[in-house]
Design a protein around this ligand. Structure first.
Ligand code: ADP
Ligand code: ZN
Length: 665
């Protein structure tokens, strides 16, 4: 814990932005003033490193060996709130403190401006272009504005159907925060979504928000980091990493599309951006808004327990109505193995084209075909480094692994039986749907939207512009199309394989599928013409499909909550996954067994496993894991941390701890 004493001290502890869990002592010359949070340069091994003063010296280095601080950097010290946030995140996620601090730095290079840096932090006018809200929107905005005025912690779920004006409503809270001269942060789950929102915010506040995400150049990030740390940038739009920046006066956080699993960071420091945003709001004693048309079960449960407030926008803005949803029972249509668009969907596409309306075809699979197999012997082409099939991509003409960077040319002969030219592409990816559209609707102008065809936000913007200019009739894509876009001429959404997300061992599979399908459906009929959704499925009886047709989210969520309770899953129970990985399968298995044997007894934890992870091999590493289930009353992070102090893994193995896992692969 950092101390708040500002009196000069002789020995101080300094936390470095490196994967170290504790601060180290350094000495100070008398005239130096060591405010906690101050940035310092210190000797570190043979080099020097930048760190942050964490507090008084702890005596963990003998007096004689103490090295002294080289200099203080001329940046405002990290605010107390940010220091406590680093402590909290580290304690919760089990990530070393220094690794969390690294996210606050962004990059040590951002800490000092370059001589030629010129950056005028933009002025945001809260009243630049204020819309006239309808009554429901006004009521919702009033609640959020009250919270901003109160200047203390309050979490509210802004729950409105797609197109109800949630963005307009939370902009009112941002405007109020700007009037107070405090910083406001909007978080998005994916960079690809920023394009759609930058324009909206620019129109509303007269200037493009200050951005923070990995797609910016190093120079942009340095300028923005400086503007944020000096409190000059007041309105920030960012990815989850923006949460860790050292805001001197953050007054509001908005988490847009709060249900998105993409908020979970799965590598390095494993954390959930939405959950940590709530923690940040709590530590900073400021309001937070969680916005979604399809809130997560976790958030709905927090609302039910009275922990979060709830404001509802039940209708679309203006005259736009919710789209109709029709199930297409694929068992009733005998399509050939090369066809994936059913007759009713094809007919609907033809109708939309005739009326000069736009359509979207949704399939959550990149590439051409997810599986290539030898028709002679049945051999499937797999990644040599992962437990995964290779996906054919027509664009590159190669087979790619979607889990590592492995790729290969399609072989001429089967490596198992030697048969020549007998490989068959099985199943569809978006490229294959595009091919089918070209064959069956040759006059339609089609385009593909998937993460591999849009590698930067600019490409996303170009596609959005083309859609808006009606230079595209049918947009074919993955879940990347589901979020935030507003295309007034889009009236038809066709879901190629509605069952896709339901398979596999993910306890949130139904919830996610429902959310994704609702978000996709939400793209349709946002203008004057009514929208239609055709949902192809082989399981029309599934609760997800029934709820989609009725548009009955609450009924679906009620069923889902019961199941979660029965199976001891979140939000009623807590989960953690401990994955051991290494190059030697037997060594990995043995280590996981030893870890399991040391599991704490009488701690309330239930340990499942050891068992191979579904991706038993990933990027050449074997993976074995334990799943931990715990009642909500148990501090899982604490118990796991203590457990791990009793185990010493061989150095060539890696252990990843995932508290509150969202990926079960
Ligand atoms: P959501 O975020 O709930 O999906 P949006 O904020 O994108 O909804 O609103 C849908 C569309 O309706 C947008 O084009 C938005 O500009 C428009 N809109 C919503 N509320 C208003 C309003 N009060 N005045 C003018 N336009 C509005
Ligand atoms: Zn692979």
């Amino acid at each position: 814990m950092p101390t708040s004493s500002a009196t000069p001290i002789k020995t101080i502890s300094v936390l470095l932005s490196a994967p170290l869990d504790k601060p180290y002592d350094y000495s100070l010359s008398k005239e130096m003033d060591a405010t906690p949070g101050a940035f310092v340069e210190v000797p570190f091994g043979a080099r020097t490193a930048i760190g942050v003063v964490w507090g008084k010296g702890q005596g963990n280095i003998p007096q004689k060996k103490l090295k002294s601080v080289i200099r203080f950097l001329s940046i405002p010290p990290v605010p107390e709130t940010s220091l406590r946030f680093v402590d909290w995140v580290s304690a919760y996620t089990l990530a070393p403190k220094g690794a969390v601090l690294k996210m606050l730095f962004g990059n040590p290079k951002f800490l000092e401006p370059k001589k030629k840096d010129r950056y005028e932090a933009p002025f945001f006018d809260p009243d630049y272009n204020q819309p006239i809200l309808n009554q429901e929107q006004k009521n919702a905005a009033a609640v959020l504005i009250d919270n901003v005025n109160a200047q203390r912690y309050a979490a509210v779920l802004l729950d409105g159907v797609t197109g109800s004006g949630k963005t307009e409503v939370f902009c009112e809270a941002i405007a109020q925060c700007l009037r107070q001269g405090r910083q406001a942060l909007v978080l998005l789950p994916e960079i690809a979504m920023t394009a759609a929102l930058i324009d909206r915010f620019t129109e509303r506040f007269g200037h493009k928000p200050v951005l923070w995400h990995s797609g910016l150049t190093e120079k942009q990030r340095r300028l923005h980091w400086q503007a944020i740390a000096h409190g000059k940038a007041l309105f920030i739009l960012g990815a989850r990493s923006a949460l860790f920046l050292p805001y001197p006066d953050l007054g509001l956080i908005v988490v847009d599309e709060e249900h998105e699993a993409a908020y979970k960071q799965e590598e390095g420091t494993i954390y959930h951006g939405r959950d940590m945003a709530v923690v940040r709001a709590h530590v900073g004693n400021i309001p937070i808004v969680l916005s979604s048309a399809t809130p997560s079960l976790e958030t709905l449960e927090n609302v039910r327990q009275g922990k979060y407030g709830h404001v509802i926008l039940p209708q679309r803005y203006g005259t736009a109505a919710m789209p109709s949803v029709e199930l297409v029972d694929m068992r009733a249509h005998k399509l050939s193995a090369q066809e994936f668009i059913s007759p009713p969907l094809l007919k609907a596409l033809e109708d939309a084209l005739e009326k000069k309306q736009q359509a979207m075809l949704f399939l959550n699979r990149r590439g051409y075909a997810p599986l290539t197999l030898c028709r002679a012997c049945g051999h499937r082409l797999e990644c040599p480094r992962c437990t995964a099939w290779l996906t054919e991509h027509k664009a590159s003409g190669r087979l790619h692994c979607h889990h590592c960077d492995y790729s290969m040319a399609l072989p001429k002969v089967c490596p198992v039986c030697g048969a020549e030219g007998r490989f068959a592409a099985c199943g569809p990816g978006v490229e294959r749907i595009a091919e089918e559209v070209k064959e069956r609707l040759p006059d339609a102008r089609a385009a593909i939207m998937a993460s591999d065809t849009l590698d930067d936000p600019k490409a996303a913007q170009e596609l959005v512009d083309k859609m808006n200019a009606h230079e595209i009739d049918i947009l074919i894509g993955t879940q990347i199309m589901a979020k935030g876009y507003h295309f007034p001429r889009l009236t038809l959404v066709g879901v190629i394989d509605g069952d896709l997300g339901l398979a596999g061992g993910d306890p949130r599979a139904s919830e996610r599928t429902f959310q994704l399908l609702q978000q996709m459906a939400g793209r349709s009929g946002r203008g004057e013409d009514k929208g239609h959704v055709f949902l192809q499925t082989t399981a029309p009886e599934h609760p997800v499909m029934k709820a989609m047709v009725k548009g009955d989210r609450d009924a679906f969520m009620a069923i889902e909550l019961k199941e979660r309770q029965a199976y001891r899953l979140p939000p009623f129970w807590r989960l953690a996954i401990l994955t051991v990985s290494g190059l030697d399968a037997n060594q990995v298995i043995r280590a996981t067994q030893e870890l399991a044997a040391k599991a704490p007894r009488d701690s309330g934890l239930r340990i499942l496993g050891p068992a191979p992870a579904p991706f038993a091999k990933l990027r050449g590493r074997y993976r074995h894991r334990l799943m931990v289930q715990a009642p909500r009353t148990v501090n899982v992070s604490q118990v796991v941390r203590e457990w791990l102090t009793t185990v010493k893994l061989p150095r060539n193995l890696r252990l990843a701890v995932d508290i509150d896992p969202y990926s079960f692969l």
